[in-house]
Design a protein around this ligand. Structure first.
Ligand code: NAI
Ligand code: 15L
Length: 268
């Protein structure tokens, strides 16, 4: 049966806030968790993923999990280790112990951020492109994907790992024109990832059907995802402000953008 009660971790964050608004329309009953209280949601669970017992309690009784919580940019390794690596392990272990059948894991383009972006007639980046994390942050997403594979192979716990490009209300850079996922398409993709049958562990790229797309959406479409948006309507304004990408700039030549520089340069 399709999942109904879904634990949304990271519910107070940017993406969590967008998805809290959109996913109930698909019929989900969301249980919210974050390190900090979720605005206007007094019943949300305030818990740190590094607290194993709290995570197990939060997971009890849900049909599926959308796992967004964690550090979402580059940070010192020790911080990534707690929130993203240990925290994701706690979540998988709790899901196994409580019999939760499926997790949708917010992976990132930064798991493969050093991959050259296609130029001219180059083929789109395939979903099985070799791992090339661009940060400790990206490395933690590689860990999460491997953990997902282990829990599928060993315990039959299914995951869709979504390598999200940039999911914000609007793209804010020329690079983002290629990797942007509109919030509405994000909800479409999460819904497909929750409801497709027999996903085992599937890795998908998470973006809209952008004119300037860099990566292949085939495995996402195979889940039933049918993106409706295209960032191109923002291209005129962004290119006028920022110019086209400069192939001689290393941060414009790789999928991960400015995450590939040392240190990463914000904004991206
Ligand atoms: P965000 O930083 O706005 O939200 C992350 C949330 O996780 C925050 O509310 C934070 O309080 C919570 N959190 C952090 N450490 C925690 C812990 N130890 N225990 C419990 N909660 C904790 O990030 P955003 O943009 O909402 O991203 C959500 C997820 O999607 C992240 O895992 C991020 O890596 C991933 N992602 C997001 C992309 C985007 O474009 N927004 C792109 C690629 C991946
Ligand atoms: C990510 O993984 C980050 O969480 C998000 O804040 C953006 O930086 C996004 O990637 C991106 O590459 O634009």
């Amino acid at each position: 049966p399709a999942p109904r009660t879904v634990l949304l971790t990271g519910a107070a964050g940017g993406l969590g806030t967008l998805m809290r608004g959109l996913l109930p329309e698909y019929g989900y009953d969301l249980r919210l968790l974050d390190l900090r209280p979720v605005d206007g949601e007094p019943e949300s669970i305030v818990a740190d993923l590094t607290d194993k017992d709290a995570v197990r309690e939060a997971v009890r009784g849900v049909d599926a999990i959308i796992h967004l919580a964690g550090i979402s940019l580059e940070a010192p390794f020790e911080k990534i280790l707690g929130a993203n690596i240990e925290g994701t392990y706690h979540l998988y272990e709790a899901a196994r112990e409580e019999g939760v059948g499926r997790i949708v894991f917010a992976s990132s383009n930064h798991a493969v951020g050093y991959t050259p972006r296609p130029v001219g007639d180059d083929p789109l980046i395939p979903v099985d492109t070799p791992r090339r994390p661009d940060t400790f942050y990206g490395l933690s997403k590689c860990f999460g994907e491997d953990l997902a594979q282990l829990y599928w192979d060993k315990h039959g716990l299914e995951t869709v790992s979504v390598r999200i490009g940039s999911c914000f209300p609007e793209p804010t850079s020329v690079r983002m024109l290629s990797v942007w996922m509109s919030p509405a398409d994000g909800a479409r993709l999460f819904h497909a990832a929750l409801t497709a049958e027999d996903v085992g562990h599937t890795v998908v790229h998470g973006s809209s059907a952008n004119t300037r797309l860099w990566w292949d959406l085939g495995s996402a479409r195979a889940l039933g995802y049918d993106p409706q948006d295209d960032s191109e309507r923002y291209a005129g304004k962004l290119v006028a402000e920022q110019g086209e990408l400069d192939p001689d700039n290393p941060a414009h030549a790789r999928l991960g953008g400015h995450f590939v520089t040392d240190p990463p340069i914000w904004p991206y």
